[in-house]
Design a protein around this ligand. Structure first.
Ligand code: FAD
Ligand code: SIN
Length: 526
């Protein structure tokens, strides 16, 4: 057993921000399920939204966030995050993030749904620079212990106390060590879930392999509510390539003038779908437009074309994307880029309040695994890293301010493996994993119907019985843990989608095409 004051599950932007804000006072342990930089944070391209130029205002940023979110956002939370954005950027600069400059000021790029230029960035690889800076600071701090290769299985709760108190607290996690394959108990007075999203529930996703909704599934199993899980964001422009399946082409390409063109007709089609905002309409609008063109014309992809801009400008703004595409035989300064929509972001998640508190005493959460009220029915571009910084800090501040009220950890039972054996058929895991991702893509994608959702639900019920049986008989492995969570998350997405009898933001269904007057969260209670 390993004890810390605070345990953080996740070493991305949310987890490391929380750790750095706690470490001057507390001993903090941070777990990651693979290498420390394997979450979505390191993959972020476009940047971080903040009001930084005199012509822009907080009200503009709040309004843009609410419009993108189709009114489902919590306005107070949106204001809280937007107003804290400039300070978050300043702290990142102090940590050494080398944001692109224009003269003496930060260079601000533009993305869909933003009425102003307000995205700070490090060329087209912002997340990598942010992850490096946060990790460097965390590694240098004597009170932070970073432990990679620990796959959290479940939260340790009152149910695991040696003498059951019935208080319902969370006391840490059980996690399997990838190297020793042993299950380890990590305890703490406060636990923060910062486990990222659930993108890998879908066949095509821009998210890294580990985005399997682990934190959402663990919190749900322990008794925390989740909400708006049907709001799965599809990014309009993922590279279409038979070898490279999940390479994002940042929205900033459209922000800097990139146009979407139907390769068969040669026409710029956004004029038909959103004649005012064109390629810079919110993501749900652009993704649906591409989906409609692909289906109508029987296409494999559409074209994203920025070749009308000067070649130096394109190479200067998008050096990493340019290099990647050149390696694949596409010169974006002279040729259009083939793109398709792909799952990109999980807007729903564990319900948290403004302090990052979940429903369970001692359990906090921050970042993409949460539903804080910021994103509503569709996240505005580059608001996600921002949410990680603001809520990572808010959770840390709440823990520090209420430390004395957090009870000490009672004796917790170790993991019990007495009734399981080693798996005899690993192929079951691979088969089920692929099946879930495929039917989620086909039945629970950009355009939904009740019939398709019910089909998905039927498959989920059958697979759940199979996987739970497997889980009950065999020793846990990282793949089995992820499969179980993927299935749990898929179930939450489908149940939420079936609950919503309207089309709003990212949830678009042919059976309920209207948008109801009053926006209501879909809240699932365990
Ligand atoms: P992550 O960075 O995903 O980190 C999750 C952490 O949890 C990892 O350390 C992982 O190992 C750990 N973990 C998960 N499960 C377990 C487990 N069971 N046990 C132990 N550890 C676990 N947002 C923006 O604002 N701007 C952008 O430009 C932008 N670009 C993006 C580009 C791409 C390609 C993608 C995929 C996303 C992009 N996003 C962007 C979204 C943004 O990157 C993510 O929402 C954000 O980084 C999430 O951070 P996080 O800290 O919540 O989780
Ligand atoms: C992008 O660069 O297009 C991604 C930005 C985001 O997801 O916020």
């Amino acid at each position: 057993m390993t004890s810390a004051d605070v345990l953080i599950v996740g070493s991305g932007a949310a987890g490391l921000t929380a750790a750095l804000n706690l470490a001057d006072r507390f001993k903090v342990t941070v777990l990651a399920k693979g290498a420390l930089n394997e979450g979505s944070t390191a993959w972020a391209q476009g940047g971080i939204a903040a009001v930084l130029e005199p012509g822009d205002t907080f009200d503009n940023h709040v309004e843009d966030t609410m419009v993108a979110g189709a009114g489902l956002n919590d306005r107070e939370i949106v204001e809280f995050v937007v107003e804290n954005a400039p300070a978050a950027i300043e702290r990142l600069q102090k940590l050494g993030v080398p944001f692109a400059q224009e003269g003496n000021a930060l260079h601000l790029t533009r993305e869909g749904g933003h009425s102003h230029r307000r995205i700070v960035h490090v060329d087209d690889a912002t997340g990598w620079a942010v992850q490096e800076a946060l990790q460097r600071a965390a590694e240098a701090h004597p009170n932070i212990t970073l432990v990679p290769d620990q796959v959290a299985i479940d939260l340790a709760t009152s149910r695991h106390e040696e003498r059951y108190s019935g208080a319902g607290n969370v006391w840490g996690v059980y996690a399997v060590d990838r190297k020793s394959e042993k299950v380890h108990l990590y305890t703490a007075r406060a636990t923060i879930l910062a486990t990222g999203g659930a993108g890998r529930t879908y066949l095509f996703s821009t998210a890294p392999r580990g985005a399997t909704g682990d934190g959402i599934a663990m919190a749900w199993r322990a008794g925390a509510r989740v909400s708006n899980m049907e709001m799965m964001q599809f990014h309009p422009t993922c590279l279409y390539n038979l070898e490279v399946k999940n390479f994002l082409i940042t929205e900033a390409v459209r922000g800097e003038g990139g146009r979407l063109v139907n390769p068969q007709t040669g026409k710029r089609f956004m004029t038909y779908y959103d004649s005012e905002r064109l390629e810079l309409a919110p993501r749900d609008v652009v993704a649906r437009a591409i989906d409609a063109e692909i289906k109508r014309y029987g296409l494999d992809y559409v074209h994203l074309d920025i070749s009308h801009q000067p070649a130096d400008f394109v190479r200067g703004h998008f050096p990493n994307i340019y290099d990647k595409l050149i390696g694949l035989g596409i010169d974006m300064t002279t040729q259009p880029i083939p793109v398709v929509p792909a799952q990109h972001y999980t807007c729903g998640g564990i319900i948290v309040d403004r302090d990052g508190r979940t429903d369970l005493p001692g359990l906090y959460a921050a970042g993409e695994c949460t539903e804080s009220g910021l994103h509503g029915a569709n996240r505005l571009a580059s608001n996600s890293l921002l949410e990680c910084f603001v809520f990572g800090e808010a959770a840390a501040q709440h823990i520090a301010a209420h430390w004395e009220a957090l009870p000490p950890v009672p004796p917790i039972r170790p993991w019990d493996e007495s009734r399981v054996t080693d798996s005899d058929e690993e192929v079951v895991i691979k088969q089920n994993w692929t099946e879930i991702r495929r039917f989620m893509w086909n039945y629970v994608g950009i355009v939904r119907t009740t019939k398709r959702l019910e089909r998905a639900q039927h498959r989920i019920k059958m697979l759940t019985a199979e996987v739970e049986d497997y889980y009950g008989h065999f020793r846990v492995t990282p793949d089995l843990i992820e499969l179980r969570n993927l299935l749990q998350t898929a179930d939450l997405i489908v149940r939420s989608a079936l609950h919503r009898h309207e089309s709003r933001g990212l949830h678009y269904t042919l059976d309920w095409p209207e948008t109801l007057e009053t926006p209501l969260d879909t809240v699932l209670v365990p």
